[in-house]
Ligand binder design. Structure first.
Ligand SMILES: Nc1ncnc2c1ncn2[C@@H]1O[C@H](COP(=O)(O)OP(=O)(O)O)[C@@H](O)[C@H]1O
Ligand SMILES: [Mg+2]
Length: 308
């Protein structure tokens, strides 16, 4: 057991890329921060999509995080990239971790131990209400360190076979992490990029995920993230969180009407691709509620001495 794994730390992982990990981390973080709770995002992906695309932050390209994994250097987040939201940026500097992990056994380097201790040091100074960790595709040694660091695991997937197989791979890695002493708990699987009107197909997909999770004690989240390609493009290209997109979209609608009235069509700025990002923002809001209530239930279960 390593009970020192920081409470309220949630890893979002699936070895398959393009299943919504980064989008979900950014959206959950922004929703929780907007509700007045303090959030830390750790971007443990070389591609740094959360850092640069979703949140629009330059960062140190993962150098700080890489130094903390290798040498237990203190973690220094970028403060307040949004109100209540701090960020440990990701990036290319994390690429060395795989190579280092191969030699770690000989050199006595303990990536997981280093990350757990530096994150605990940070947490005892900052008291974040939630720590969200994004992870990249592949990169097994780093993923194993993250599975040994976080308390909870959330696995997003699309509904195609390749993504669902990714869930199975990750479930196997998760079980291995627990065998190796991690106390991480699978919180659930989130379906991402689902067609909200596919009323015949979707129950089938949920059933498939339930079957995949059988015996794990976890269930798919009731909330799924709907397909909204136009909103997804706006979010990334403008570095907006879902709530910010809703605000920008409403403001644009207002000024458009005003400018059309003024017959000053030349002044119209570049339009958003999305017509109504509210549905997608509501999905993320509902998912946030579900995630927080599952964490609360798991904590209650721990306090009452229930089995994890
Ligand atoms: N609601 C959505 N519907 C359709 N595509 C989306 C949606 N949200 C995000 N995307 C797009 O899906 C792709 C993968 O998302 P991303 O969060 O980067 O996944 P991962 O982190 O697992 O690689 C990105 O191109 C993103 O813009
Ligand atoms: Mg990603």
């Amino acid at each position: 057991m390593s009970p020192t794994q920081p409470t309220r730390s949630l890893l979002v992982a699936n070895q398959k890329g393009g299943v919504g990990k980064s989008s979900i981390v950014a959206a959950l973080a922004a929703m929780v921060a907007a509700a007045g709770l303090r959030v830390l995002v750790m971007d443990a992906d070389q591609q740094a999509n959360v850092t640069s695309s979703d949140l629009g932050v330059e960062g140190d390209r993962g150098r700080g995080l890489s130094m903390s994994l290798q040498f237990a250097h203190p973690l220094e987040p970028i403060r307040e990239v949004r109100p209540n939201l701090d960020l440990i940026p990701g990036g290319a500097a994390l690429a060395v971790i795989g190579a280092i992990a191969a030699a770690a056994a000989q050199t006595g380097m303990d990536l997981t131990g280093n990350l757990v201790s530096t994150l605990n040091d940070l947490q005892s100074a900052e008291h974040y209400d939630l720590i969200l960790i994004d992870s990249g595709p592949g990169d097994a040694p780093l993923l194993d360190a993250l599975l040994g660091t976080a308390r909870y695991l959330l696995v997003p997937t699309r509904d195609d076979d390749a993504s669902l197989i990714g869930v199975e791979y990750l479930a196997a890695r998760y079980l291995r992490a627990r065998e190796n002493g991690s106390v991480i708990q699978l919180l659930g699987v989130v379906l991402f990029d689902l067609n909200p009107t596919a009323t015949a197909r979707n129950p089938e997909v949920f059933k498939q995920v339930e079957d995949l999770l059988e015996g794990s004690g976890a269930a798919p989240f009731e909330t799924f993230i709907r397909n909204d390609r136009a909103a997804a493009v706006d979010l990334r290209s403008r570095h907006l969180t879902p709530n910010e997109l809703v605000t920008v979209s409403a403001e644009q609608a207002k000024t458009r009407i005003q400018r059309l009235r003024d017959k000053d069509k030349k002044l119209l700025g570049r339009r958003l691709w999305s017509r109504d990002p509210n549905g997608l923002a509501n999905d993320y809001q509902a998912l946030t509620r579900e995630v927080l209530s599952r964490i609360a239930a798991a904590e209650k279960n721990e306090i009452s001495g229930g089995v994890a």
